[in-house]
Design a protein around this ligand. Structure first.
Ligand code: 9L3
Ligand code: MG
Length: 129
């Protein structure tokens, strides 16, 4: 039986804004916006994976805070889980897998074309902001 693999996304908050990242790959997802993150590696907890992914993708140190309730199916065999996170240090830059970043205030959160799978988590995250 195949096990479902977890992809962790970060709702990164800083000074009342939420970080959105535009994917540059794969072609079918390029141009869509997401909460940055990625797949757990063997032996990692979701929080550890999120810290690593945010470091690799954005060059920042971040602290996961709380899990957003729910789990969203991705491609077959993968589910998305989302944690809020706060920025500890560094300035986010699109180092890997993204070509643009935006810090969105609550009134502007709908101005980017979020991936469908991220939308419920983004809505829930904004209620916590
Ligand atoms: N995915 C969807 N929403 C997200 C993230 C971080 C990832 N917020 C999807 C896109 C890919 C898969 O999960 O199909 C793996 O993500 P990655 O490892 O390519 O970032
Ligand atoms: Mg990723």
């Amino acid at each position: 039986m195949a096990t479902v693999r977890v992809v962790v996304g970060g709702a990164v908050f800083d000074r009342g804004r939420l970080l959105a990242a535009r994917r540059s790959a794969p072609p079918e997802l390029a141009g869509r916006w997401e909460l940055p993150g990625g797949k757990l590696e063997p032996g990692e907890t979701p929080r550890e994976a999120l810290v690593r992914e945010l470091r690799e993708e954005l060059g920042v140190e971040a602290e996961p805070l709380e899990r957003i309730a729910g789990e969203w199916p991705l491609k077959p065999g993968y589910v998305l889980q989302v944690w809020t996170a706060r920025l500890l240090s560094g300035e986010a830059r699109p180092l890997e897998d993204h070509d643009e970043l935006r810090w969105l205030t609550p009134d502007r959160v709908d101005e980017v074309d979020w991936l469908d799978q991220d939308r419920p988590a983004v809505a829930a995250a904004m209620r916590l902001l």
